[in-house]
Design a protein. Structure first.
Length: 305
């Protein structure tokens, strides 16, 4: 989501989507998709009374398997349309005429966007614009999940959560300013992000430190989780190439269970189960380590300046 273009006045503050920020948001977004699938899976288990894992996918032929994969991809793509339309509807509610497009965030991450070049928004108006797709689509998805009770619904709901990460980050960033602030998009020659007018930040140094540590923890947890998931995926793919495709890491009935992947090539069936507690514990440790390292780097940087 991109908000209104600023006026000709100089902004008092800005929220910039730099290349490093875009990379971090991309990592957190990827991790958020898997986290959301796991949490929604728990919700589905509560609703249906049936355990979701191990996840078993069965196809009668390679063609049916391909069709299933393409269907999931379509679900992922289709969630982008209502997401951006909801941003646009909220902009219209506040008197703007939104336009839609596709861009690259921080020259790294492709994304769809909606923007308006007519006016700046108040802080609270922009909060509504930023958060409405996350709130509406998640709430609607949970209702549909309770009615339809299909695991396929986990994909678009989780995809919307992942696609809302940058919106949530911007919402958290502008909350540091008072409600009287006017906020618009940065001038095109100043990069991507938001420009703040008519208000100064009210953050204390203690709050800035807390925000920095929390951001470092989330980034570290997301990086750790994403590396673990892609590492496990690499192990599975390698096993499919050089072996039977069956992979078991840890005791499925024990504390340190990490992954079970079983393949039945005769029936085009695959069964996958992940060790949630180990993934959560590893991600938490990774987040704490990242936060500690970030604090040390920041302290050294301040000492040298």
């Amino acid at each position: 989501m991109s908000s209104a273009e600023p006026t000709e006045r100089q902004p008092l503050a800005s929220v910039r989507v730099t290349r490093s920020v875009a990379v971090r948001l991309g990592v957190v977004s990827t991790a958020s998709f898997f986290w959301s699938v796991a949490l929604l899976g728990v919700v589905l288990e509560v609703i249906t009374g049936r355990a979701l894992e191990p996840i078993t996918v069965v196809a009668s032929s390679p063609l049916e398997l391909l069709v299933g994969v393409l269907f999931v991809i379509v679900l992922l793509v289709l969630v982008v349309v209502p997401h951006e339309l909801l941003h646009g509807l909220a902009m219209t509610r506040y008197g703007a005429a939104p336009s839609y497009g596709v861009g690259v965030s921080g020259f790294v991450r492709p994304h769809a966007y909606v923007q308006s070049s007519e006016l700046a928004f108040t802080r609270n108006q922009l909060l509504v614009i930023l958060l409405i797709p996350f709130v509406v689509i998640t709430a609607t998805g949970l209702v549909l999940l309770a009615v339809v009770q299909s695991p396929l619904l986990l994909v678009p709901i989780a995809a919307n959560v992942a696609g809302s990460v940058s919106d949530l980050w911007m919402a958290a960033a502008i909350l540091r300013y008072p409600s009287s602030a006017r906020i618009a998009g940065l001038p095109t020659d100043r990069g991507q992000g938001l420009a703040v007018y008519d208000a100064a930040s009210r953050r204390s140094s203690r709050r800035r430190s807390l925000e920095r540590r929390l951001a470092a923890f989330v980034t570290g947890a997301a990086v750790t989780f994403t590396l673990l998931v892609f590492g496990l995926f690499t192990v599975v793919v390698t096993s499919l190439i050089v072996g039977s495709g069956d992979v078991v890491l840890g005791d499925p009935g024990g504390t340190w269970f990490l992954l079970r992947h079983e393949l039945d090539p005769d029936e085009y069936a695959v069964s996958v189960e992940l060790g949630g507690p180990v993934l959560v514990a590893s991600s938490t440790l990774g987040g704490l380590a990242w936060a500690a390292g970030s604090a040390v780097v920041h302290a050294v940087s301040r000492a040298e300046s």
